[in-house]
Design a protein around this ligand. Structure first.
Ligand code: ADP
Ligand code: MG
Length: 953
């Protein structure tokens, strides 16, 4: 067996909460149970004294109202069935209040339990049909050789009924009574129900028929027996034998058993539990359920005795509780509030059952041969029975007696059973008591030994006690004596300490005064020394200062004397230089006066010369102007004559021209051909232009002549010429315009040319007129030029005359000014020489005064030197006298006491001189004198007493 099985496996506990029934829904019943399938928790809300209290239980699995039959089976039962197929024995209990779905869970909804199409189970099918189907499916799938047997029994009021018994047999028995089966030990530690029908099934569908039969039987009983089912347990068992071959080739039979228990309503347990006494009185209403509870309690609390034998149910299922079977409990509850009390008790019960531990073991595989042997035995037994029945060679008795005997036998068997159970429990109790008794006897002997030892000790101790009491008395006396001495010494110590404190404070005060006085003396000494050093320093400094002062005075006197000599020298040289400068100055004044006179004379001569010259020049100008005017007049007259002749010539040529023109016009008029006219016009044009050029050249030559000869009338003439030029050029331009026009016209029309010719003639006439007017104009210009020349002459004449007059006037003024300048120069010379004389006199006086002053200064310097010497020696003497004779230092007498720095003892140190407190003293004593080494005769006093003040400083 593996370790897992040694430790055991906890009983698996599942919880299922059914949905609200139609009635409950109609009444709108509040729900108090909340399932959390995932967390495997069930919460129950309670309202206790107005307070909402939630209780939460945790289980191995939780199925809420929404969980289907299929869910529960797949999650919880499939593994169990698999283990059964592996060879384990497994049990599933359904526990809960009536009406919470135990039967629904185990068997399923009976109305719809007919198998569905193709062997599918209806959704309402419970654990039993599903398990059977799984078993057959698996076995068929494995292709194994197997046999499946089922039993189905009911346990009511401690009576077992076979729910699979054939109808006929039960009918043979009394109508009301079912066939009751006894429970027997099988001799291997288990029990078996004698005469229980074991139905061998070969397919799942067969099981359904059987189940229906059993349930129907139970149902009938229910109606007959007044709700019996709520108080009865039903046990459906499936036993499987599977053939296997081991490696040696031997054929083995593997055996597994599945028990499916639909328990009575749990409300019976609590009711009977609450009033156990009366429950018993009322007959064994639900002994089995009660015992189951007790067995669970005993298992959970690990009590020594487990009352399996107290009920048939626990006897039947002994192995499922704390045995080798794997067990699962499905607790069912209702969500409704009116079931709250029962729900809580169910939850508590189920929760407690979780702690039961089983040690599952695989059933030993049987050899096929053994099994066959067993079966043969069984066959033999049955054969004998059959034979006896057939041969009627058994015992025959009347029916009534048989029944009575049977009853008696049954009651006897029960009593025997009960007695057996009692004996077993009593034996167990006895064993327990025996062990207890043995333990007590052992304890008793131990205690007697101890008592003897204690008695001996007591005797000895009593003796010691009397001795000790004597000793104690003596000690107490000594202690009293000691106490008295200590008290007196304490008093003295206190007085001494007080006195010491007073003295200490006085000493402290005088110490302070002393220190202050010494400090004062030290300050005085320090000040004296300081004063002496100041005086010495001052004396030396004074000496040095006086010396340096003397030196400064002598050096300054020497310098002053030197400076005074210098001043005297300077004065001498200054007078000499001054005299020389005076003489030179006088000489220079005389020379400058002579020079001045000569310069004046020269100036006079120059003036005269200048006058004569200007007069002659003026005369010459006058004559030149008059001659110039005459020659201009002559030239103009000449030019006028020439101009007139030229004009006449011009007029004559113009008139010939006019004549030619007229002649030409006539010729032109006669000729009409276009080309001739053109030629003629070209000729005319060239002729005219030639003529104009010639005339212009002539006029230009004449005009150039006139320009050269007549400077005065040049401008006028230029203007004339330019105007004439303008006229001729305009004439020329007009002629050109005309000729071009005439040319154009001649090209178009020869007649038009004639008209043009007329116009040309008129233009010629115009030019003749213009020439005439130009002549007139030149005549007029000539006259005005002559007039202007005359005017000019007269103006020049008057100007020359006024210049001569002003010359004379200047001459006179210059001679007059020369005389006054001569006089002024003389006078100024004399003033200057006088002034220089008086200045040199004053300088001489000042110099003599300076010399006087320097002399007196020299004298006063001499007297100062003498005074200063006497004064400084006097100061030195006085200082010496003051610092060395009058100023005195402090002389130490040597009588002043030396400073003494003794410390004042502190208050604490005085206090510390007191004896230590009793406790610490005794501690010290105990440290130095251990109790073990104490003999009692000698009294060792602690360490030597401390000398006063020795430890303080
Ligand atoms: P018990 O056997 O515990 O006395 P039953 O199995 O007879 O209770 O159930 C009582 C009623 O409740 C039945 O009509 C049943 O169909 C119904 N019922 C119980 N549990 C469920 C469930 N999980 N789902 C649907 N109906 C249920
Ligand atoms: Mg039921």
């Amino acid at each position: 067996m593996s370790g897992r099985h040694d430790k055991g496996v906890n009983v698996q506990v599942l919880l299922r909460c059914r949905p609200f029934s139609d009635d409950e829904l109609r009444n709108n019943a509040p729900h108090v149970v909340t399932c959390n399938d995932q967390q495997r928790e069930v919460a129950v809300s309670q309202n206790i004294a107005g307070k909402q209290i939630d209780r939460v239980f945790t289980f191995d699995k939780v199925f809420g109202p929404k969980a289907h039959q299929k869910d529960l089976y797949e999650q919880a039962v499939i593994p169990i069935v698999n283990e059964v197929l592996e060879g384990f024995n497994c049990t599933i209990f359904a526990y809960g209040q009536t009406g919470t779905g135990k039967t629904y869970t185990m068997e399923g909804d009976s109305k719809r339990s007919k198998s569905g199409p193709k062997g599918e189970l209806p959704s309402g099918a419970g654990v039993i049909p599903r398990a059977v189907k799984q078993i057959f499916d698996t076995l068929e799938h494995q292709n194994a050789e197997y046999s499946v047997k089922v039993t189905f029994l009911e346990l009511y009021n401690e009576e077992i009924t076979d729910l699979l018994a054939p109808e006929e047999i039960s009918r043979v028995v009394e109508e009301k009574q079912k066939k009751l089966l006894p429970l027997m030990e099988d001799g291997k530690g288990g029990v078996l129900v004698k005469g229980l029908e074991e139905e061998i099934v070969t397919s799942a569908s067969e099981i359904f028929t059987l189940l229906e039969r059993g349930s129907a039987k139970r149902k009938t009983a229910e109606t007959l027996l007044n709700k019996q089912s709520s108080r009865s347990h039903s046990l459906f068992s499936i036993t499987i034998h599977i053939k296997e071959a081991n490696p040696e080739g031997e054929e083995l039979i593997k055996c597994g058993k599945l028990n499916l228990v639909d328990l009575a309503g749990s409300e019976n347990i609590s009711r009977s539990g609450a009033r156990e006494g009366r429950a018993r009185e009322a007959g064994e209403i639900n002994k089995s359920l009660l015992t189951l509870g007790r067995v669970i309690t005993a298992l959970v609390e690990h009590l020594g005795h487990i009352p399996y034998r107290d009920s048939k149910l626990t006897r039947l299922l002994r192995d499922s509780l704390g045995g080798r079977t794997k067990t699962c409990i499905i607790a069912t509850v209702s969500p409704a509030v009116h079931c709250l009390e029962e729900t809580l008790s169910t939850l508590d019960y189920a929760h407690r059952a979780k702690n039961i531990r089983n040690k599952p073991e695989v059933n030993q595989k049987m050899m096929k041969t053994t099994l066959i042997k067993d079966l043969y035995g069984e066959i033999e037994r049955l054969k004998a029975e059959v034979y006896a029945t057939r041969e009627k060679n058994g015992v025959y008795i009347p029916k009534e007696r048989y029944y009575q005997e049977e009853l008696e036998r049954k009651s006897m068997a029960d009593r025997i059973e009960q007695m057996e159970a009692k004996i077993e429990s009593q034996q167990e109790q006895f064993k327990e008591l025996q062990t207890n008794y043995n333990a007590r006897v052992q304890e008793c002997s131990d205690l007697t030994d101890k008592l003897d030892l204690t008695q001996n000790n007591l005797d000895q101790t009593s003796k010691e006690l009397s001795n000790a009491q004597e000793e104690v008395k003596r000690c107490q006396y000594a202690i009293k004596e000691r106490d008295f001495i200590i008290r007196e010494q304490k008093k003295a110590e206190n007085a001494l300490a007080n006195q010491a404190c007073v003295l200490r404070s006085k000493l402290e005060r005088s110490h302070k005064d002393n220190a202050a006085l010494f400090m004062k003396i030290a300050r005085g000494d320090k000040m004296n020394a300081g004063n002496r050093s100041v005086v010495n320093k001052f004396e030396s400094e004074l000496k040095q200062d006086v010396k340096s002062l003397c030196n400064t005075v002598t050096s300054s006197m020497f310098q002053q004397n030197e400076q005074l000599q210098c001043i005297e020298k300077f004065c001498h040289t200054f007078t000499n230089l001054n005299d020389k400068a005076m003489i030179d100055l006088k000489k220079k004044i005389g020379g400058s006066r002579a020079l001045y006179v000569s310069h004046i004379e020269e100036l006079q001569n120059v003036v005269l010369l200048h006058k004569a010259n200007s007069n002659a020049n003026l005369e010459e100008v006058k004559s030149l102007v008059s001659s110039n005017a005459d020659s201009a007049e002559e030239l103009l007259a000449e030019e006028a004559a020439k101009g007139l002749s030229i004009f006449n010539e011009l007029q004559a040529s113009l008139s010939t021209q006019q004549g030619e023109m007229a002649h030409f016009a006539r010729e032109l008029r006669q000729e009409h051909s276009k080309s001739d006219a053109q030629k003629l016009i070209a000729e005319v044009t060239s002729l005219v232009s030639n003529h104009i050029c010639r005339q212009k050249e002539m006029v230009d030559a004449r005009l150039a002549n006139i320009r050269e000869t007549a400077a005065g009338g040049k401008k006028v003439l230029d203007q004339q010429v330019s105007s004439f030029d303008r006229i001729t050029s305009s004439a020329k331009r007009k002629w050109q315009d005309f000729s071009t026009q005439a040319e154009n016209d001649a090209k178009e029309n020869a007649d038009f040319a004639a008209a043009k010719h007329c116009r040309f003639e008129s233009v010629l006439q115009q030019s003749v007129d213009a020439t005439e007017s130009a002549l007139n104009h030149s005549k007029m210009t000539h006259d005005s030029v002559i007039e202007m020349g005359k005017q000019h002459l007269t103006t020049v004449d008057t100007l020359i005359r006024s210049a001569l007059d002003s010359n004379d006037h200047h001459d006179r003024e210059i001679s007059c000014l020369r005389a006054t300048a001569k006089d002024d120069a003389l006078k100024t010379n004399e003033d200057l020489s006088k002034h220089t004389d008086s200045t040199s006199e004053q300088e001489r006086k000042v110099i003599s005064a300076i010399q006087e002053t320097t002399k007196s200064h020299v004298k006063s310097l001499e007297s100062l030197r003498e005074d200063h010497a006497t004064q400084s020696s006097l100061i030195e003497q006085k200082a010496h006298d003051t610092f060395h004779n009058k100023y005195t230092d402090y002389e130490p007498s040597g009588n002043t006491p030396k400073r003494n720095n003794t410390d004042v003892p502190s208050k604490g140190s005085i206090e510390s001189l007191r004896a230590m407190p009793m406790e610490s003293l005794s501690e010290e004593f105990r440290e130095n004198n251990s109790f073990e080494s104490f003999t009692g005769n000698e009294s060792k006093i602690c360490s030597t007493p401390r000398p006063p003040l020795a430890q303080i400083n």
